[in-house]
Design a protein around this ligand. Structure first.
Ligand code: PAF
Length: 258
């Protein structure tokens, strides 16, 4: 039976009682999907205790409208985590995690000011800050992050190294629908038509000769593209469809150049 914790103090007392057992952690913002389920399953295989957090972190949203629109499905999320055999779920309020407001912040390095770092001012800073707080609260041996948010994964991995945080960051492959569409909490905001069309993001990334061609494919399908870029041995894109911001990336090896 999953146990639910909403205050840091109660969770820390529980954490103390778990001393000596290996603890794995999956941080989330809820609206759980197959991607999260795969992180949880791996976490359960590799640790005695699996902890999941659900917290829609205000400090990583640069657009208040985006924060407001962000879907929230706590009841079905908790039911899924129970079915998946998660031991502990932390659902803190903002004042629990930010008792003194947004006072101290993690400043990402200059190399991060591209793609998500450039198009979503404050996102990396807010995301790194909450991840640092959560890692401090959960005190896990391992924490699991999906490669769909590759820039997030990379920044978190580097922060953990720089600050000597004793949690190993475990990268996990992107989970896709049969169409190729990457599992994402934002997919529920798309119409059934939009969801079909959204698979073009993956198709464009994997089939285009280069970023310009990927951009043209997305244009033709009605996306409003923010960027298509190649770096770190991968190809990345961010684009709006039906007003929903979607991101995806693939390793160079997955690109089927004709
Ligand atoms: O990927 C997410 O859901 C969030 O950015 C995270 C890592 C839970 C931090 O709020």
């Amino acid at each position: 039976m999953t146990q639910l914790w909403s205050t840091v103090a109660d969770w820390l007392a529980r954490r103390h009682a778990l001393a000596g057992r290996s603890v794995g952690f999956v941080p989330t913002m809820g609206v759980l999907h197959r991607g999260h389920a795969s992180l949880v399953e791996r976490c359960r295989r590799e640790n005695e205790i699996t902890v999941v957090s659900i917290f829609v972190n205000p400090s990583q949203f640069n657009d208040p409208g985006d924060l407001e629109r962000y879907p929230r499905t706590l009841e079905s999320d908790l039911a899924l985590l129970d079915r998946l055999g998660v031991d502990e779920v932390i659902v803190p309020t903002a004042p629990e995690l930010y008792p003194n407001g947004y006072r101290f912040r993690v400043e990402p390095d200059a190399g991060s000011q591209v793609m998500e770092g450039a198009y979503r001012p404050g996102f990396l800073q807010g995301m790194l800050t909450v991840v640092l707080k959560l890692l401090g609260v959960v005190r896990a041996e391992r924490a699991y992050f999906g490669e769909k948010d590759y820039q997030q994964l990379k920044a978190v991995t580097e922060m953990v190294e720089e600050f000597f945080i004793p949690t190993k960051i475990v990268p996990c492959p992107t989970v896709r629908e049969e169409s190729g569409l990457a599992a994402s909490s934002r997919n529920v905001l798309l119409s059934p038509d939009g969801r079909e069309k959204a698979a073009w993001l993956y198709r464009a990334l994997t089939t285009a000769q280069g970023p310009a061609e990927a951009w043209a494919i997305l244009d033709a399908q009605g996306f409003k593209t923010e960027y298509v870029e190649e770096r770190w041995g991968r190809r990345f894109a961010a684009a709006y469809l039906e007003g929903v911001r979607l991101i995806d990336n693939v390793p160079a090896g997955e690109i089927r150049r004709p």
